[in-house]
Design a protein around this ligand. Sequence first.
Ligand SMILES: [Zn+2]
Length: 116
Amino acid sequence: MKLAKKYFLYLVRWQLSTPILAIVLKLLSNMSTLWATIIANLIGGLIFFWIDKIIFKKKSDVPLWEIEDEVECHDCHKKTKGYRIVSWGNYDRTEDKHPQFRCKECSIKKMNTISK
Ligand SMILES: [Zn+2]
């Protein structure tokens, strides 16, 4: 995402937090302003953490590779140096609990299925 587009989205997102803040502050008007603001910001944080995560998600144009010295290839089971693409555009295995490593040949085949 281009920086200008991100910046614009971020400003829109800040405006979205305005009605939440206004409604919560109105509902909690019998509370002290400090506590009402803390609660309003907590609610906003719970919601906008996920929205900000999407806005600031980095998408790489080139594949980010992870290389391991001694692995068993996920596809052909050859014991070898292993490769895997961690992230590439919309493909994202950053949080993968069971990453799949492949030998050089199989990782190139896999890469071709991702790039299509
Ligand atoms: Zn292989």
